[in-house]
Ligand binder design. Structure first.
Ligand SMILES: [Zn+2]
Length: 448
C-alpha cells in the first residue's frame, strides 16, 4: 500500500515537471563590458557565436550584460569567449525562478493585498479590475480594445474619463510575458490613484489609461508552461516555433535593427508590422486618442532604467530630447525618494543594442511628447524576471511615484489653465517638479 502511494506521488511530480519547461543545464552568462574592447565584442556577439543568445538585461551600475545560454550552446560559448580573451562569469540558473509559478486561482475576491504580495493569473487580474469598476463606477471604466491571438480580452482601464478633452497619460504593461512585476505595478497604480482622495485634483486635470496586461496569452504561457517565455503566442504554419516579440512589432522603422526575422528567435519582429493582434489593438487604441495623449510609459523589467527614444538606431534623438531627459530624471528622483533605489535615465538606442519596432519609439513618432520605457526592478540577474514576491509592493510604490511625476508634468504643460485655481495648482506642480529635477545617473542601459 505504501509503495502504491509512493508511486502515485512520484507520478504526480513527473506530470507536473513535464508540463513546465525544464532549464536544467542552462546557464546565465555575465560579461562586464566596462572595457571598450569587451563592449565591442558583445555588440558583435551574434557574429562571433553564429547565433544571438537570449539577452536578459543588464546591470548598468556594474556595466554587466546578462545572457541566457541554452545547455547545448554552453561549451561553444565558453570556447568563443576564451578565444577572444573575454573575462566572464557563467552560473547556474537560480532554481527559485522556477518556484514562483502556477498558483491556483483563488475562488474569492482578489484584493489589493493580493496585488501587493503575489503574481496573479490573468483571470485574477481581470477579477480585480472588475471589482474596481464596480466599486468606483465613475472613475474606472473597462474597455475591450481587442483580443489576443488566443482570444483573451486586452482590456484598457480608462481612469477619470469624464468625456472632457483633458490630456491623457497612457501606461501599458507586460508586452514581454516573463516580466511579471510589470503587471502588478499597473494594477497597483489603478487601485491607488482611484482609491486615494489625494489624487483627485490630479485626475481632474489628467486622464489615465492603463492597459495592465498587453500580452495575456504569453503571460499565461509563462505561468503554466515556460517561465522564460517572452513573446506572444501566435502560431505559424509549418513552424515548430510560436510567437513574435511584440516590442519589435510596432510600425516604426520595423524590422531594421536589433531584431530577427526568424520565427524561433526571442526577438522575432513578426511577419510584418502589427502582425500581432495585441500590437494592432494597442496601436489602434492609441491612435484613437493620440491628439490627447501626452505621456506614454511601457512597463518592462528588469534593470532599473528609464529609457527614452529613439531606440531603433544609435546616437539619434528627438528634437525635444532635453525635455525627455529632464522629466526622466524627475521620475528617477521620485523613485529614489521612496527607498533609495537607483534608476538611470538613458537613451534606448545608445546602450548595447538598438531595437527597432518598440512601442516607445512608435508612440513618440505619433507625437506623444513624453514617451518612455521603464525597466523595473530588480537590477540583478539572479532574481531577474522573478522578483521575489515580498518585494512586489516596494517596486509598485516606487513606480507609482514616477508615474505621478509624469502626470504632474503633463498637467502643468497641457492641462486646462483657464481657471485660477488650476493655474495655481499648475504653478505648484512646476515647483514640485523643479524640486525633483536633480541630476540622474548615466549608464549604458538597454535591457528591454
Ligand atoms: Zn521587456
Amino acid at each position: 500500500m505504501q509503495v502504491f502511494h509512493l508511486q502515485l506521488v512520484l507520478c504526480l511530480i513527473c506530470v507536473v515537471s513535464a508540463e513546465y519547461k525544464n532549464y536544467d543545464g542552462f546557464k546565465v552568462l555575465e560579461v562586464n563590458y566596462g572595457n571598450p574592447r569587451v563592449k565591442n565584442y558583445i555588440q558583435k556577439l551574434e557574429e562571433h557565436l553564429g547565433f544571438m543568445p537570449d539577452f536578459l538585461g543588464e546591470n548598468w551600475k556594474q556595466k554587466q550584460a546578462h545572457y541566457f545560454i541554452d545547455k547545448d550552446s554552453v561549451e561553444k560559448v565558453k570556447i568563443n569567449l576564451a578565444d577572444n580573451n573575454i573575462t566572464y562569469h557563467m552560473r547556474d540558473v537560480n532554481p527559485q525562478i522556477f518556484k514562483v509559478r502556477r498558483r491556483r486561482d483563488l475562488n474569492g475576491a482578489v484584493s489589493i493585498h493580493d496585488v501587493n504580495t503575489r503574481y496573479l493569473s490573468y483571470d485574477e487580474q481581470m477579477k480585480f479590475l472588475n471589482s474596481l469598476a464596480q466599486q468606483y463606477p465613475n472613475d474606472v471604466k473597462l474597455q475591450n480594445i481587442g483580443n489576443s491571438y488566443e482570444g483573451r480580452s486586452i482590456t484598457a482601464v480608462r481612469i477619470a474619463d469624464d468625456g472632457s478633452s483633458k490630456p491623457i497619460v497612457w501606461i501599458d504593461a507586460g508586452i514581454h510575458a516573463r516580466e511579471w512585476i510589470s503587471y502588478n505595478v499597473a494594477l497597483y497604480l489603478i487601485y491607488t490613484i482611484v482609491s486615494q482622495p489625494a489624487y483627485r485634483n490630479l485626475l481632474d486635470s489628467v486622464q489615465l489609461v492603463v492597459v495592465p496586461n498587453t500580452n495575456p496569452d504569453g503571460y499565461e504561457y509563462s505561468r503554466t508552461n515556460d517561465r522564460m517565455w517572452r513573446k506572444t503566442r501566435s502560431r505559424f504554419t509549418n513552424s515548430r516555433c510560436a510567437g513574435a516579440d511584440a516590442n519589435r512589432n510596432y510600425p516604426f522603422y520595423w524590422g531594421t535593427q536589433g531584431v530577427s526575422h526568424s520565427q524561433c528567435s526571442e526577438i522575432f519582429c513578426g511577419s510584418r508590422p502589427q502582425s500581432e493582434p495585441e500590437v494592432l489593438a494597442l496601436t489602434n487604441a492609441i491612435i484613437r486618442d493620440e491628439e490627447r495623449i501626452k505621456g506614454y510609459i511601457a512597463l518592462h523589467s528588469y534593470g532599473q532604467e528609464i529609457l527614452y527614444p529613439w531606440g531603433h538606431t544609435q546616437r539619434t534623438y528627438p528634437t525635444d530630447v532635453q525635455d525627455l531627459i529632464q522629466v526622466g530624471r524627475a521620475m528617477a528622483s521620485a523613485i529614489r525618494a521612496v527607498n533609495n533605489t537607483d534608476y538611470t535615465v538613458v537613451n534606448s538606442g545608445d546602450g548595447l543594442y538598438p531595437a527597432a519596432g518598440a512601442s516607445d519609439d512608435w508612440a513618440k513618432s505619433r507625437g506623444i511628447k513624453y514617451s518612455y520605457t521603464i525597466e523595473l526592478s530588480p537590477i540583478d540577474d539572479f532574481t531577474g524576471f522573478s522578483l521575489p514576491e515580498d518585494r512586489i509592493n516596494q517596486v509598485c510604490r516606487e513606480a507609482f511615484q514616477a508615474i505621478q511625476v509624469l502626470m504632474i508634468e503633463v498637467k502643468s504643460k497641457f492641462g486646462f489653465k483657464q481657471m485660477t485655481s488650476s493655474t495655481a495648482s499648475s504653478a505648484q506642480s512646476t515647483l514640485l517638479l523643479n524640486r525633483l529635477r536633480t541630476i540622474g545617473n548615466r549608464g549604458f542601459g538597454r535591457g528591454r
